[in-house]
Design a protein around this ligand. Structure first.
Ligand code: NAP
Length: 240
């Protein structure tokens, strides 16, 4: 039995480790977006499949018994492809998606927006925003060349950013003290984030609340209807 895990998340890595410990053969798949990705245990393939048809061909050629879509909540295309490929190849499919932050104790005070463009409009009066919304969202904030934007990314941006912007490259998990220091040091006046959920990047939310800094949260995009579990244990049980 071979389980393919569509990964790129901490949960996908945890799942690979758990299934291997159970004696289940696993191949993890990464998109190849990040320069030095954190690799899961076991075999890994990197790069796109070539759409839903390419993924379907992979599932057939490798006699895959089950597919787990453990990709990030904001990665919609791969989930759409997974659903299509699983249905044409009759491969059992489940999605592993961590809960969002809507139940976070501070969520009542946040401003929720539908996408990065709306986040830019909503926070337009800010003079020192902190952008933690990912590399792909940067073009939506082009109009902020006139202010001191702090951007945090895993890898450096692929195209030049405005002169007044400061880019820091790092990856989580982050701790409360470190997040509070960044917010203080750069005199951040609004924090922008996606509703990534989980604990790895949640410390900034606590730090912003304690410093009275407004938070703008980009809501999760809608995903196609795939049966979903919210925990690694749930995905392990399904695979078993
Ligand atoms: P996306 O828009 O849903 O997918 C775009 C294309 O990337 C897919 O059509 C597929 O190419 C390829 N792809 C995506 N995930 C893949 C995977 N795990 N294995 C092989 N190919 C994959 O995805 P995205 O938002 O660009 O995210 C790319 C990856 O980064 C995902 O695996 C996700 O888990 C991870 N990630 C994303 C975010 C985010 O905010 N979007 C944050 C953290 C991590 P083909 O059509 O050629 O197969």
């Amino acid at each position: 039995m071979t389980v393919v895990i569509l990964g790129g998340t901490a949960e996908a890595r945890q799942l690979a480790a758990a299934l291997i410990a159970d004696g289940i053969e696993v191949v993890s798949s990464l998109a190849g977006r990040v320069r030095n990705p954190r690799l899961p245990a076991g075999p890994v393939r990197i790069g796109g499949f070539g759409g839903a048809d390419g993924l379907a061909a992979y599932l057939r050629d490798h006699e895959v018994s089950a597919l787990v879509d453990a990709t990030h909540p904001f990665a919609v295309q791969i989930t759409t492809n997974a659903l299509q490929a699983a249905s044409v190849t009759n491969t059992p499919l489940i999605r592993l998606e961590r809960p969002g932050w809507s139940e976070h104790p501070h969520s009542g005070g946040w401003m929720w927006v539908a996408d990065a463009a709306s986040a830019c409009t909503t926070a337009d009066s800010a003079s020192r925003p902190f952008l933690t919304t990912g590399r792909q969202s940067l073009p939506d904030f082009d109009s902020w060349a006139d202010r001191d934007v702090l951007v945090r990314l895993v890898d450096p941006p692929t195209s030049p950013v405005p002169q007044r912007w400061t880019v820091i490259t790092s990856r989580g998990p982050y701790c409360y003290a470190g997040e509070r220091q960044i917010l203080d040091e750069y005199a951040v006046d609004v924090l922008l984030t996606k509703d990534s959920g989980g604990s790895h990047t949640a410390a900034k939310l606590e730090a912003a609340a304690d410093l009275g800094i407004p938070v703008i949260v980009i809501a999760r995009p809608e995903h196609p209807p795939v049966p979903t579990v919210t925990t690694v244990a749930g995905a392990v049980a399904w695979c078993r």
